[in-house]
Design a binder for this molecule. Structure first.
Ligand SMILES: NC(=O)c1ccc[n+]([C@@H]2O[C@H](COP(=O)([O-])OP(=O)(O)OC[C@H]3O[C@@H](n4cnc5c(N)ncnc54)[C@H](O)[C@@H]3O)[C@@H](O)[C@H]2O)c1
Length: 275
């Protein structure tokens, strides 16, 4: 038996974009923390099914469902299958899927912009609307959106649509928290910095570039996704019963540190060490 704790005891959770990366880590931790059921979902069906089979093979209540977050019909089917597999619609939605688009504003064509906004912003909107009726009916629920410091808190000279979408997601989370708090629904966002997942390994030289920048973070390295996933355990569990409309930044301190100044002040740090 692979259950290691009870922080998600009895919860039914639906996680989008969870065939791999952060979403899969969250699914694994939820199942290991006693969830009654975890639905992994993605458009990478072979990868997602294999991941779910592996966890189910350990005795964990994990299933896989095809879910393209841009499809309302897919969302409705996933929510309905949660009910048929695990007894009721999701207690927790982790809205995590994303489409990777790297260019800055002048390099991103209108078609790529539209696709990115469709997945990275509208996909969350569809998901929130799919799970809210069940949560409102039962008078409880937790929506956790995976946002990003990149866009929601700071800007880099790249990823125009991604940044706009992530700022929108964090804003929509506050809207849901404000509108549906009285219904017993909590909504929060997690803002990671760069993580060691497929995203930063997908473009040639991108991992090396991010790794070089990460050396100047207060915690001077790129994290493994599990280090971010624990924030979703907190937000999905009843431990966070008074937390809503909030963001949890899990970025090694990078967005609260003026990295340019840090690099410029490096000689002074050396002098301080010797003093
Ligand atoms: N990796 C990073 O450096 C980083 C930094 C900050 C925030 N984030 C955020 O973390 C979350 C997880 O990212 P990750 O790094 O694990 O990336 P990942 O690429 O490993 O996972 C994203 C998943 O989303 C799926 N997906 C893409 N389009 C989809 C669609 N239309 N419908 C359903 N699923 C779809 C992909 O197939 C993939 O499995 C994302 O929301 C991302 O924006 C990542």
């Amino acid at each position: 038996m692979a259950v290691k704790g009870d922080r998600l005891q009895g919860k039914v959770a639906l996680i989008s974009g969870s065939a791999r990366g952060l979403g899969l880590e969250i699914g694994r931790l939820y199942a290991e923390q006693g969830a009654a059921g975890v639905m992994l979902s993605d458009i990478l069906d072979d990868v997602g099914q294999a991941a779910a089979d592996k966890l189910a093979g350990l005795g964990l209540p994990v299933v896989y469902q095809h879910l393209d977050v841009t499809s309302i019909a897919d969302w409705d089917a996933a929510v309905a299958r949660c009910a048929s597999e695990f007894g009721h619609t999701p207690d927790v939605l982790v809205s995590n899927a994303y489409f990777f688009s790297l260019p800055p504003i002048m390099g991103e064509d209108p078609e790529t912009w539209a696709k990115s906004i469709d997945v990275n912003l509208t996909g969350h909107y569809h998901g929130f609307r799919a799970v809210l009726p069940g949560m409102i009916e039962r008078g409880k629920g937790s929506i956790v959106a995976i946002s990003s410091t990149n866009g929601a808190d700071v800007a880099f000279p790249s990823q125009a649509s991604y940044q706009a979408a992530k700022a929108g997601v964090s804003s929509l989370i506050r809207h849901v928290a404000t509108t549906h708090g009285p219904d017993g629904v909590r909504a929060n966002s997690i803002h990671p910095g760069p993580m060691n997942t497929a995203a930063i390994n997908s473009a040639p030289g991108f991992y090396e570039a991010v790794d070089a920048i990460a050396k100047s973070f207060p915690i001077g390295r790129i994290p493994e996704p599990e280090e971010v996933a624990w924030a979703a355990v907190y937000l999905g569990s009843d431990e966070s019963s008074y937390t809503t409309g909030s963001k949890i930044v899990v970025d090694g301190g990078s967005s609260s540190s003026l990295l340019v100044a840090r690099a410029a002040l490096a000689p002074a740090h050396e002098m301080n060490k010797k003093a």
